[in-house]
Design a protein around this ligand. Sequence first.
Ligand SMILES: [Zn+2]
Length: 118
Amino acid sequence: MNTTFKEAMKQKLLDMKEQILQQLVSESDEFQEIVDDMEPKDLADIAADDIDRRILEVLGSQEIKRLQLIDSALARIENGHYGICMSCGKKIPEERLKAIPYAILCIDCKSSEERRNR
Ligand SMILES: [Zn+2]
């Protein structure tokens, strides 16, 4: 995977993260307070884990879950594991990553996981 693609995905992930956080801020005064408390330079600097502890009971867990996925994808970009399936170790096609930048499973593993959860 080339660096340009990874950089593009990183930017996309940071944008997604900021969007979610902005949405949360606009929906919840309590969340706004938490953000003010943290004094981040940038909304995207906030780690999902930090929010998790403080706000999970206030907000739905859906967005937090997505933030965590985005965070772990960002971590995987940093440690060089981005784009590799967590389950089988195969490369995740770039097309899939473009559609879902925080995908951590290839399509095969994702669909067998969904079958298991059904
Ligand atoms: Zn896989």
